[in-house]
Design a protein around this ligand. Structure first.
Ligand SMILES: [Zn+2]
Ligand SMILES: [Zn+2]
Ligand SMILES: [Zn+2]
Length: 383
């Protein structure tokens, strides 16, 4: 595959601002393309780039989007809720299981997620790029407590900015994200943030919960489509402010321990804030999923305050990054990767099984239904 510089510059084109203002802080909206998440009924979602408030608008009706403080799932509310009340209906009524799900269930869900994503996204690589990305991800994995063993990176052939970690430590990063980065310290931060989601169990819990949601709400729909949209909601909605801040904190500590310059992270976040403010729709999903970049940057600065100069090492590996993953590399020959075939480092046989596609989905749906019945009976007996 050949990618021209034209495509890179097209990916960075800016859009015109829209006319709506944020209902919390009155900031005019940046004019990003609204994000439509299946989990929230597909209504257009906007996030204020100043205060981070998320709203969905439908037929002149405005509702707010919050992430549940217990299970992390997004939910809608008619008004702005105080922090203590950020809980979804299921968690409020004590219905849901919050623990990290069993490996077997998570593995089954991830397998479905990979197949579903392969229908919508194309994955690419080049041998030298793979070696380079793997070296950086290995380093980061070694510094993050609870990181899944054998994290690996695949590139999504897409010029918008998207990243996603699956529970096994498979990290998907779009060409647009890689093209946006300027040095290895920034890359290490982005990978560390994603590994942190996999390490904390956020990715597993969210994937399984969204899977239940999809199984429960779309039994008559096209299974592949439901699953793809469900998995893409992981990218569009993020994990909520608290979990996103935690992932930033873990990533920063890890890059510091490897001697990378945290100033690079500040530069990366400042560029994001600028692009979002200018209405660059390639950042729509990133903006919807994460707290405002200025807020992320302030928190990181606060965490670094008072650290010794010796600890704040100046390593950025800018030139190494440019040679290994710069624009000329992304514009070169990249080869397709089949995500439904596991690499040698992975166990088992994950050869494409088109005839059986959706079988696991229904298995999981059955498990979800059984869990719901058991929980209902439990609730009934305890009342
Ligand atoms: Zn606002
Ligand atoms: Zn909840
Ligand atoms: Zn995140």
């Amino acid at each position: 595959m050949v990618v021209g510089e034209m495509e890179i510059s097209r990916a960075l084109e800016l859009n015109q601002p829209a006319g709506e203002v944020c209902p919390r802080c009155d900031e005019p909206e940046a004019g990003l393309r609204p994000v439509r998440a299946q989990t929230l009924g597909g209504v257009p979602l906007h996030r204020c780039h100043r205060c981070g408030t998320r709203v969905v608008r439908e037929d002149d009706r405005e509702r707010f989007v919050f992430s549940c403080g217990s299970c992390g799932l997004p939910f809608l509310a008619e008004e702005i809720l105080p922090h203590a009340e950020h809980r979804c209906d299921d968690c409020r009524s004590g219905k849901e299981v919050l623990e990290v799900p069993e490996d077997v269930l998570t593995g089954a869900m991830e397998e479905e997620a990979r197949s579903a994503l392969s229908l919508r996204w194309s994955f690419v690589t080049s041998p030298s790029l793979t070696i380079y990305l793997q070296r950086v991800v290995n380093q980061m994995e070694s510094r993050i407590a609870g990181a899944p063993a054998g994290c690996r990176v695949v590139l999504v052939d897409d010029w918008s900015m998207r990243t996603l970690a699956l529970p096994s430590g498979l990290i998907m990063i779009s060409l647009g994200t890689l093209a946006f980065l300027e040095d290895e310290a920034e890359l290490a931060f982005v990978l560390g943030h994603e590994i942190a989601h996999a390490a904390s169990g956020d990715a597993a819990i969210r994937l399984v919960r969204l899977g239940y949601h999809a199984a429960a709400s779309e039994r008559n729909g096209d299974v592949d489509d439901v699953w793809t949209e469900t998995v893409l909601d992981l990218v569009r909605l993020g994990y909520g402010r608290v979990r996103e801040r935690d992932a930033d904190a873990v990533a920063v500590e890890s890059i510091l321990s490897l001697g990378y310059d945290p100033v690079s992270v500040g530069r990366y976040l400042a560029r994001i804030q600028k692009r979002i403010g200018a209405g660059d729709s390639e950042l729509s999903e990133l903006a919807a999923a994460h707290p405002p970049a200025d807020d992320r940057s302030r928190r990181i600065d606060r965490a670094l305050f008072g650290r010794s100069q010796r600890e704040l090492a100046p390593k950025t590996n800018r030139e190494v990054f440019r040679r290994a993953a710069g624009h000329h590399v992304l514009a070169g020959d990249l080869v397709p990767v089949d995500l439904t075939i596991r690499s040698e480092s992975e166990d088992g046989d994950l050869t494409a099984d088109t005839a059986g596609k959706g079988r696991l989905f229904w298995m999981v749906a059955a498990i979800a239904t059984l869990t719901a019945i058991i929980l209902s009976v439990g609730l009934y007996l305890s009342n």
